[in-house]
Design a protein around this ligand. Structure first.
Ligand SMILES: [Zn+2]
Ligand SMILES: [Zn+2]
Length: 167
């Protein structure tokens, strides 16, 4: 059984599935309005594209997708949009392979804990306050103020570990 989510977000506490994309975009729009930031058409489109993937997606894939939607976009444009989304907590960037994954609970500032499968590249965000708490505790003796943190755990997902066992 999956551990209960400690966050009170309306969409499920995993990356938003395709059914939840509309909800998620509405939530993002609301959040930007609250923060008095512009949720431009480009930012919206990029976020929507990130949500469409079950796996973390790279900027160049998004760029290709954007061009397919008829926009002429240059890499810096996409990176700027991704940066904005990242700053607002709407997406996380995985340092392991420079890919982006949508966050289902952007309302809360939180440390990201990611389980990244080295075989299929799939990643799942695990939502727990314990990571934030542990990091804050470790930083305290150094008088270090934590602003953001991410923990990426590399391994094999259930499906990939199963494949190996069957073979
Ligand atoms: Zn998150
Ligand atoms: Zn896998």
């Amino acid at each position: 059984m999956k551990p209960a989510c400690q966050h009170r977000s309306s969409p499920s506490c995993t990356a938003p599935s395709s059914q939840q994309v509309a909800d998620f975009l509405a939530q993002a729009e609301q959040l930007c309005a609250q923060r008095k930031l512009r949720f431009t058409a480009l930012r919206r489109t990029v976020l929507e594209l990130v949500c469409r993937y079950d796996q973390p997606v790279g900027a160049y894939t998004l760029l290709d997708d954007l061009r397919e939607t008829g926009r002429s976009a240059a890499p810096p444009t996409v990176y700027r949009a991704l940066n904005f989304l990242q700053q607002q907590g709407l997406v996380h960037r995985l340092a392991n392979d420079n890919t982006y994954i949508a966050c289902a609970h952007p309302q809360q500032q939180h440390a990201g804990l990611f389980l990244v499968c080295r075989a299929c590249g799939g990643a799942r965000e695990v939502h727990t306050r314990q990571v934030d708490n542990a990091i804050a505790r470790q930083a305290r003796p150094y008088d270090f103020q934590v602003e953001k943190a991410a923990v990426e755990v590399i391994g094999l997902c259930a499906a990939c570990a199963g494949d190996k066992g069957d073979g």
